[in-house]
Write a protein that binds this ligand. Structure first.
Ligand SMILES: NC(=O)c1ccc[n+]([C@@H]2O[C@H](COP(=O)([O-])OP(=O)(O)OC[C@H]3O[C@@H](n4cnc5c(N)ncnc54)[C@H](OP(=O)(O)O)[C@@H]3O)[C@@H](O)[C@H]2O)c1
Length: 185
């Protein structure tokens, strides 16, 4: 089996909502900074990480922030040729998660791979044999959402204690959340 591990990273509120009207239901600067750090940091400075996302999540990223900097951006779509014409050079467009894994295998300079949404890509990654950990920010509030993090079997994961993850309750304004890491058993 391939050595590529797929780590998922998501922020979800109490009803497991992750999005509304093509954007995030909340504005949490420090949570966003955590996302950037986790998906960008490498232990080998000659390497980079990959972020894997669905076409709608790509569409949601404001022009000035995309492609996400210092990361190989991989976008999934059923219309590869059409999307390839629209994205900036360097953005990788693939027809599915297996193709993304295959691409990553061909790039020894990629250190870690982060699945950054949305719903169906998370779901495919959870059930993929290469699934590693789920980095889930659990926001202690309910928002109106139209997009949700998939249900996952918590029997197949255990809550991991990660040294480099800020522990305990995080507070931003009047919103609190926890950085949790679930590791696939
Ligand atoms: N809170 C968070 O952590 C977080 C993270 C990410 C996104 N979001 C939010 O989630 C929403 C967007 O997510 P979403 O679930 O609606 O869409 P999405 O998963 O980002 O994108 C869906 C699109 O991806 C492509 N796709 C999906 N599965 C595929 C497969 N197996 N093979 C090939 N292509 C595939 C298809 O593109 P084509 O239609 O082009 O074929 C599909 O329409 C936004 O509101 C965003 O803000 C939140």
């Amino acid at each position: 089996m391939s050595k590529v591990k797929l780590n998922l990273i998501a922020a979800a509120c109490e009803n497991m909502g992750i999005g509304v009207n093509g954007s995030l239901p909340w504005r949490l600067k420090k949570e966003m900074a955590y996302f950037t750090t986790m998906t960008s940091q490498v232990s080998d400075p000659t390497k980079v990480n990959a972020v894997i996302m669905g076409r709608r999540t790509w569409d949601c990223i404001p022009d000035k922030y995309r492609p996400l900097s210092n990361r190989v951006n991989i976008v999934l779509t059923h219309h590869v040729d059409a999307l390839k014409e629209k994205v900036p050079e360097g953005v990788v467009v693939v027809p599915g998660l297996d193709a993304a894994v295959e691409y990553i295998e061909s790039r020894p300079d990629i250190e870690s791979s982060w699945v950054i949404g949305g719903s169906s890509i998370y779901e495919a990654a959870i059930y993929h044999p290469n699934c590693g950990k789920i980095y889930l920010t659990e926001i202690q509030k309910t928002y109106d959402c139209d997009t949700f993090f998939p249900n996952f079997d918590k029997q197949q994961f255990h809550l991991a204690d990660e040294e480099d993850i800020p522990g305990g309750r995080q507070l931003e304004g009047d919103i609190s959340y926890y950085f949790r890491v679930y590791k696939k058993l």
